[in-house]
Write a protein that binds this ligand. Sequence first.
Ligand code: FE2
Ligand code: FE2
Length: 141
Amino acid sequence: MERDDQRADDGHGGKANDFDGEHELQIRMLNAFRAAVARGDDKATLAGLFDNLIEFTTVHFMSEQVLMRFYSYPGFDAHQQEHDQVLEQLDEMDARFRAGDEAMTAAVADHVQRLLVEHIGRADQALATFIGQQATAGAGE
Ligand SMILES: [Fe+2]
Ligand SMILES: [Fe+2]
């Protein structure tokens, strides 16, 4: 019995857990950008780090949304709205640092970090739990 549960975790459940690594990387990229702003790195360096962050975040959000659709996740709309909110704040950060407004860039970055950490701990955790339950439910077939 335990053996079957283990196998279910290695299937779809494992897929949900893959996001843990992506979340870690997402926060690490945000921190790398913030550290570069604090050091006063040149604009090209900042732009490169910011592009990494925005590209990775966009792809990560898309893959979560694909999974939510696949599993007909009931919280899809609310979850997607939070993703859109984070992306809007990232656009704001982008505008600030391009305008050379370092203090505001740092302030918006603080806000994005709080949004992301809270989102990961609540919305993403709820999604991972839901997908884990779906995978377990389907494992008996
Ligand atoms: Fe996520
Ligand atoms: Fe998410």
